[in-house]
Design a protein around this ligand. Structure first.
Ligand code: SF4
Ligand code: F3S
Length: 106
């Protein structure tokens, strides 16, 4: 499966959503996740994300591996998003911030 990591938090550019052939993105208040039960590993979403938030599970960086379980957990709770929308208002500012886990709204 593919995994959305920390870089998405408070950005939510949603370019990834448009290319997913199986609509497996789920939307929270300030981040998206991928439902691991639906993702078919096509990798199309990876180059779409302007902040490089998406990785194949095996390639998730060491300091981001907690997002594997987090995607699985939150995908069960959050609704599907199937169309691109405007990013969050301060997305370009938050794109530059490295440590922003504490900003995640579940
Ligand atoms: Fe969707 Fe493919 Fe990305 Fe999985 S890898 S989330 S199926 S676009
Ligand atoms: Fe997030 Fe990147 Fe998609 S910022 S919403 S994973 S395009």
């Amino acid at each position: 499966t593919y995994v959305v990591t920390e870089a998405c938090i408070r950005c939510k550019y949603t370019d990834c959503v448009d290319v997913c052939p199986v609509d497996c993105f789920r939307e929270g208040p300030n981040m998206l996740v991928i439902d691991p039960d639906e993702c078919i590993d096509c990798s199309l979403c990876v180059p779409e994300c302007p902040v490089e938030a998406i990785y194949a599970e095996d390639d998730v960086p060491a300091d981001q591996r907690d997002f594997i379980a987090l995607n699985a957990e939150l995908a069960k709770k959050w609704p599907p998003i199937v169309e691109r929308k405007d990013p969050l208002p301060d997305a370009d500012e938050w794109a530059k911030v490295k440590n922003k886990r504490d900003q995640l709204i579940r």
